[in-house]
Write a protein that binds this ligand. Structure first.
Ligand code: NAP
Length: 334
């Protein structure tokens, strides 16, 4: 039986793995379908402390994994298909196999949000993409006009990256100001290759009949005027959706699927902790993820030890919980 199973190998999951491994808990870390998480698709990460020149996202995640493994974390390629949190030990079904574990840290991250257009679905991988770093260098996009949709840091990053391959990037945003951080917004808007298209949404990606992207149909949300713009690729960068569907109905979450921790980073199910970008809407930068995670791990470790070493009467457990909630036995991070 595992002491700690960590779902996810993004920043949060691997930081949890590092701390759990150094505490000799030999955590089992389950990768999901995207080992290393979304950061592996980022070009340069500029806001991770300790790397003044920035760091390639893939390289950063590879190093994090190596560091956790060095202390005994076991990274296993596998997707959690089902969870049974009704009794301890908990049971995870990982690619058909059952894994029993005392504690779980949910660090399963988020997936790209889609525009939810029929044409978007039909033209995915045929000019519609969610990752400039992965696909930007493809020959179909070279020296062609390209559209990036979104107004956040991701959209700015995608647009800036694509200027390596094309001289005309249209940044289509539904408002007239960017949501991105000031430094990213300024850098983007001062780039002569990036042309913002304000107050506009993509209503259709053309052309499904030709089975490739040749343009987009746009609607100005202020004037309702429609227009068509030629492009060879559409890069959708409109945020992310938390990967928490597995826990729906069992773990408390808001309508958008962000888990609402009950105590610190522990969820409403004792022994199940949350770390990373879907814990709180506002914790979506790398570094806070790490901070949350450390807290998550510390609590998971204590919870695992508690359930293994103590043979408490239910009343004792109840009293201990009350003391914890009242603030005694509180960890210095809180
Ligand atoms: P985000 O900040 O949530 O921005 C999403 C953008 O997409 C917003 O501008 C939003 O418009 C727009 N949008 C959402 N749904 C849309 C729809 N259906 N149609 C059209 N537009 C839509 O997401 P993000 O840019 O992926 O960033 C996520 C987090 O990661 C942020 O905290 C960000 O700072 C961080 N991040 C940091 C870096 C970096 O520092 N290097 C890089 C990437 C991401 P509205 O503005 O109108 O809501």
């Amino acid at each position: 039986m595992e002491k700690v199973a960590i779902i996810g190998t993004g920043c949060a999951g691997l930081t949890a793995a590092l701390y759990a491994a150094r505490a000799k808990l030999s955590p089992l870390v389950l990768t999901g379908t995207m080992p290393g998480g979304l950061l592996t698709t980022t070009s340069i990460v500029e806001n991770f402390p300790g790397f003044p020149e920035g760091m390639d996202g893939y390289e950063l995640m590879t190093r994090m994994q190596k560091q956790a493994e060095r202390f005994g974390a076991r990274v296993k390629f596998g997707t959690v298909e089902a969870v049974d949190l009704s009794k301890r030990p908990f049971t995870l079904t990982v690619d058909g196999e059952k894994v029993e574990t005392q504690t779980i840290i949910i660090a399963s991250g988020a997936s790209h949000r889609h525009l939810d257009l029929e044409s978007e679905k039909l033209l995915e991988t045929k000019g519609v993409t969610y990752c400039a770093t992965c696909d930007g260098a493809l020959p179909i996009f070279r020296d062609q006009p390209l559209v990036v949709v979104g107004g956040g840091d991701s959209a700015c990053e995608e647009a800036t990256y694509l200027t390596r391959f094309s001289s005309t990037i249209y940044l289509v945003h539904r408002r007239d100001t960017l949501r991105a951080s000031k430094i990213m917004a300024d850098r983007t808007l001062s780039n002569p290759k990036i042309k913002p298209i304000w107050d506009s949404v993509v209503t259709e990606i053309l052309d499904v009949k030709q089975d490739k992207v040749i343009g987009v149909r746009l609607k100005n949300v202020r004037t309702n005027k429609e227009s068509v713009m030629d492009c060879a690729g559409v890069f959708v960068a409109i945020g992310h959706l938390p990967n928490t569907q597995l826990f729906k109905g069992v773990i408390d979450m808001d309508d958008a699927g962000y888990i609402i921790p009950a105590r610190g980073m522990e969820t409403n199910v004792p022994g199940v902790f949350v770390a990373g970008e879907y814990a709180y809407m506002d914790f979506r930068f790398v570094f806070p993820r790490v901070g949350c995670l450390i807290v998550g791990y510390e609590k998971a470790a204590r919870s695992g030890e508690a359930s293994q070493q103590r043979d408490e009467h239910p009343h004792q457990t109840e009293h201990r919980r009350e003391r914890e909630i009242a603030g005694q036995n509180r960890h210095p991070f809180f």
